[in-house]
Design a protein around this ligand. Structure first.
Ligand SMILES: NC(=O)c1ccc[n+]([C@@H]2O[C@H](COP(=O)([O-])OP(=O)(O)OC[C@H]3O[C@@H](n4cnc5c(N)ncnc54)[C@H](OP(=O)(O)O)[C@@H]3O)[C@@H](O)[C@H]2O)c1
Length: 236
């Protein structure tokens, strides 16, 4: 669980800690050691074992190291929630905060997908907590092409960073980008899951899903059988 020190991430970690088995381990992660320790303390005494780890998802090497450590310790992972979110406060200047925002919310998400998708066990789940703002419906049609037909997570990073650079230069409004930076950021997260889903569908001969669908989470069914992706929010 990334970004598990507050709100949704903490509640999801609590739900897992209550429902999983005593020999399961919930890794509650966050970027601040004090908040990680306090969150773990609050969840002590639940059914599953809750273990804290400091993980800043914007640090690609740290995400890789953590994934490798879990692979060594457990041989795989059953459930991953990519939930972290670096907020923007009202009144903050988008051009000034966009680098950190994209580093955590978008590049952080593709770091998690690259490192953890290969570790998901049969019947496992990999979920990116996005938003209704992650639908192309929230974006001017002229910009839809920026996030469509992307083939790799690197393509997604390039598309998102091109938007980030325009925001940093103060040119976003003139190119029809929305003022609220959450919208392109969430569309970038969803685009990343779509790319991964398409790759896995090809590799695993996963069953076809409608093109109009947005894949908010990837569910790998295993048993040597084709997996399946669940549709959570409309893409268009
Ligand atoms: N809240 C809503 O109404 C709502 C609606 C739609 C979608 N969502 C989505 O749901 C998710 C969770 O939302 P939320 O409201 O629970 O968010 P939140 O209260 O802002 O919590 C975000 C969590 O992410 C952590 N975080 C921030 N930057 C990080 C980084 N670089 N590395 C690792 N962790 C980092 C935060 O840690 P710190 O404690 O250190 O800041 C915090 O634990 C987000 O993806 C959000 O977009 C939320």
């Amino acid at each position: 669980m990334t970004g598990a020190t507050r709100n949704l991430g903490f509640s999801l970690a609590q739900g897992l800690a209550r429902r999983l088995e005593p020999d399961d381990v919930v890794y509650l992660t966050g970027r601040d050691p004090g908040r990680v320790a306090e969150s773990v303390r609050l969840l002590s005494g639940h059914r599953a074992n809750v273990t804290g780890e400091v993980l800043d998802v914007s640090d690609r090497e740290a995400v890789e190291r953590f994934a490798n450590a879990l692979a060594d310790r457990h041989g795989g992972v059953d459930i991953v929630f990519s939930n972290h979110y670096a907020r923007v406060q009202p009144g903050e200047n988008a051009a000034e905060v966009i680098d950190g925002y994209v580093a955590a919310n978008n590049l952080g998400t593709t770091h998690v997908l690259r490192s953890f998708a290969p570790l998901i066990r049969d019947n496992g789940r990999l979920l990116v907590v996005a938003s209704r703002a992650g639908s192309l419906r929230a974006l001017a049609p002229a910009l839809h092409g920026r996030f469509e037909n992307l083939q790799t997570l690197d393509d997604v990073d390039r598309a998102v960073c091109a938007w980030r650079d325009v925001v940093r230069q103060g040119l976003a409004a003139g190119q029809a980008w929305p003022e609220w930076i959450n919208i392109p950021s969430k569309i970038g997260q969803v685009a990343a899951v779509r790319v991964l889903a398409a790759q896995r569908r090809a590799e695993d001969t996963l069953e076809e899903a409608p093109d109009s669908a947005l894949y908010g989470g990837l569910i790998h069914l295993g048993h040597g059988e084709p997996g399946r992706f669940r549709t959570l929010v409309p893409w268009r």
